[in-house]
Design a protein around this ligand. Structure first.
Ligand SMILES: Nc1ncnc2c1ncn2[C@@H]1O[C@H](COP(=O)(O)OP(=O)(O)OP(=O)(O)O)[C@@H](O)[C@H]1O
Length: 235
C-alpha cells in the first residue's frame, strides 16, 4: 500500500537543546494501525506532534499524503490539518462550548449539513457513553469523560489519519476496550491510525496492529523499518 507518511532522516530539537528525536526514517502505510510505545520521555509525543503538524522538524524530510510538509507554506497547513484527527494527551476541549458542540466542531468546519451533524454527534456520544452529558461543559466532566469527548471529536469526521496520544490513559479497562473497538472500526473504514501508549495491555486489543518502539529519541530498529514484537515477524 502507498505510504501516507514518510520520514527521512528526521531530527527534532527544542530550542538550543540536544535532539530529542534522531535519525527517524520510516514509512506508514495507508490503512494500517500502528502502536507507538516507549518509556516516559522517550519522544512519543514529540513524534506525534511532527505527524499532526504542531511541530516542524529541525532536520530531515516529512511527507504527508505525498506532500513535503516541512516546506509547506503556512497558508496550506489548515487544509492538511483537517485531514488528521488528533486526540491530545491534554484533551484540548473548548471549555465554553457544550460537549455536543465540541464533538461537532470538525464537521461544522467542513461545512456538513446541520441535520447530518446532529445525527453524527448523537451517534458518537452514544458510542463513547456520554449521551446524557451532551449539554454539559467540559470543565464539569471527569478526566475520563473529557478524554472520551476528545476521542469522539477526533474520529467523527472520519479523518484519513488519526493520531492519538495515550487515548485510554484516564479510562477503565472496559472503556479502553470499547474505545479500541471504535479505533478499529475507523481503521476498517480506511483511516490510518497511530496510537501512542505506555499501556502494553492495549497492544493485544488490535490483532493486526504494527508496533513502533521509540527508545531515547530513536526508533528501535537500525534499518529504520518498523519493528514488530518478537514472534510476529517482519513487514
Ligand atoms: N516543549 C518542549 N521543550 C523542551 N523540551 C521538550 C518539550 N517537549 C518535550 N521535551 C523533551 O523531549 C523529550 C521527549 O518528550 P516527549 O514528551 O516527546 O516524550 P514521551 O515519550 O511522549 O513521554 P511521556 O510518555 O511521558 O508523555 C523529553 O526529554 C522532554 O523533556
Amino acid at each position: 500500500m502507498a505510504g501516507i507518511v514518510q520520514f527521512e532522516n528526521v531530527g527534532l530539537r527544542y530550542g538550543h537543546g540536544d535532539e530529542v528525536l534522531r535519525d527517524l526514517s520510516f514509512t506508514l502505510a495507508a490503512g494500517e494501525f500502528y502502536f507507538l510505545t516507549g518509556a516516559s520521555g522517550a519522544g512519543k509525543t514529540s513524534l506525534l506532534k511532527l505527524l499532526y503538524l504542531a511541530q516542524r522538524p529541525s532536520r530531515g524530510v516529512i511527507r504527508l499524503f505525498g506532500t513535503d510538509v516541512v516546506t509547506l507554506p503556512r497558508a496550506r497547513m489548515p487544509g492538511f490539518r483537517r485531514r488528521i484527527g488528533v486526540v491530545y494527551q491534554d484533551f484540548r476541549l473548548v471549555p465554553h462550548l457544550s460537549i455536543a458542540d465540541n464533538v461537532a466542531l470538525p464537521l461544522r468546519i467542513a461545512g456538513v449539513l446541520e441535520s447530518e451533524v446532529r445525527d453524527a454527534v448523537r451517534e458518537m456520544l452514544a458510542w463513547v457513553g456520554l449521551s446524557h452529558r451532551a449539554d454539559a461543559r467540559p470543565p464539569t466532566l471527569s478526566g475520563g469523560e473529557q478524554q472520551r469527548v476528545a476521542i469522539a471529536r477526533a474520529v467523527i469526521g472520519r479523518p484519513e489519519l488519526l493520531v492519538a496520544d495515550e487515548p485510554t490513559g484516564n479510562v477503565d479497562e472496559a472503556m479502553a476496550e470499547r474505545l479500541m473497538q471504535l479505533f478499529g472500526s475507523l481503521n476498517g473504514l480506511g483511516t490510518t491510525v497511530v496510537v501512542a501508549t505506555h499501556d502494553l495491555t492495549l497492544l493485544n486489543r488490535i490483532k493486526a496492529a504494527q508496533m513502533m518502539r521509540i527508545v531515547d529519541g530513536q526508533l528501535h530498529d537500525p534499518t529504520g523499518a518498523l519493528r514488530f514484537p518478537p514472534g510476529r515477524g517482519a513487514a
